[in-house]
Design a protein around this ligand. Structure first.
Ligand code: ACO
Length: 308
């Protein structure tokens, strides 16, 4: 059965926090942040809630797909910064959008949230529970960043991305592999109402190794050659992670989409924001074979290969 990413949308807050701004807050430098991560600036939601951002991204995706909110069968909302403990952010978004006829729930898989969500959307469609799923990845990470901790506060940003996943259209999910390892939970975590804790150096190596493994798996499942991949949209955590991964896979960086310099790491929002931007810039075109991969807290990781 075909599964098409029929409409794409994104929203990032207007307020920009540059590396130079961060130099005034913690003992860091633009040079350190740029060379270690590729990040130059990130967006901070000062006046917007998580739901405000998700609403704007979702409306863009629905408009792009030419789908009426009332025709959405399910909303899957990937986030680690939910608006309330309960109800789900997906239900708050459902109310804003007027998606009266569906059901809505959240999933928590950190930076892998969008790919896990796509797996859930596929399951709902293939299982016959839905024909149109609005998949949202949105984060307000600025709320859980310790602005005194230079080892983490320079990395993260806020934003939202949304995709209308449909049973109609020419697209396909060619292969996907999702993984997690709960034993490694304490490499990256935030306690309830607490800040992000991270062992960055360990995570860096694990990220490259784990994403390479699942990428190789999806590529070989489909029997493709790496040359057949038109575009790679990796989770935007660190440009050096993306470069190391591309090198291991034998894919030139020209085929790897990155906007990390503008937005930093937006966790579950990073892939759908990148995808929507790439589409609007003409870097992502219908018919393209696209490889997406992510790794994050859990630990969770995965790779999904699609025909867009
Ligand atoms: N500015 C200046 N110096 C800093 C800063 C900063 N913002 N942060 C750390 N340092 C210092 C450290 O204190 C350390 O100093 P020391 O040598 O005197 O002890 C030195 O810089 C090197 O620190 P490392 O942590 O070893 O630096 P590294 O090269 O590993 O880069 C980084 C750190 C950018 C966090 C990297 O490890 C990384 O990106 N890891 C992946 C983390 C990640 O992306 N997490 C997000 C979720 S998971 C995911 O998405 C994959």
């Amino acid at each position: 059965m075909g599964i098409t990413l029929q409409g794409l949308g994104y929203y990032v807050p207007q307020d920009v926090l540059s590396n130079f701004d961060l130099e005034k807050i913690v003992d860091t430098s633009d040079e350190w942040i740029t060379t270690r991560t590729g990040i130059k600036e990130r967006r901070i939601a000062k006046n917007e809630t998580l739901i405000d951002m998700a609403e704007k991204a979702s409306k863009m995706a629905l408009e792009d797909a030419k789908v009426d909110p009332k025709d959405v069968d399910a909303i899957v909302f990937a986030t680690i910064t939910p608006h309330f403990s309960f109800p789900a952010s997906a239900c708050l978004l459902q109310d804003r959008l007027g998606c009266k006829n569906g059901f809505a729930f959240d999933i928590s898989a950190a930076c892998s949230g969008f790919l896990y969500g796509l797996e859930v959307a596929k399951g709902l469609i293939v299982g016959g529970s839905a024909k149109k799923v609005l998949l949202v990845g949105a984060e307000k990470l600025s709320e859980i960043v310790n602005w005194q901790d230079r080892s983490t506060c320079v990395l993260f940003g806020d934003g939202a991305g949304a995709v209308l996943v449909s049973s109609e259209g020419e697209g396909e999910i060619l292969a996907s592999v999702m993984r997690s390892d709960g034993e490694a939970w304490n490499i990256l975590y935030a306690e309830k109402c607490g800040y992000i804790n991270m062992r960055g150096r360990e995570l860096f190596k694990l990220a490259v190794r784990s994403m390479e493994e699942v990428c190789q798996q999806v590529i070989s499942t489909v029997g493709l050659k790496v040359e057949d991949i038109d575009l790679v949209i990796p989770h935007q955590a660190n440009i050096r992670i993306m470069e190391a991964l591309a090198e291991k896979l034998g894919i030139p960086m020209q085929k790897v989409y990155s906007n990390i310099h503008k937005y930093g790491n937006t966790s579950a929002a990073s892939i759908p924001i990148a995808m929507a931007e790439a589409y609007r810039e003409g870097r992502l075109k219908r018919g393209y074979t696209v490889l997406m991969t992510a790794m994050g807290a859990g630990l969770t990781w995965g790779a999904t290969l699609i025909r867009f």
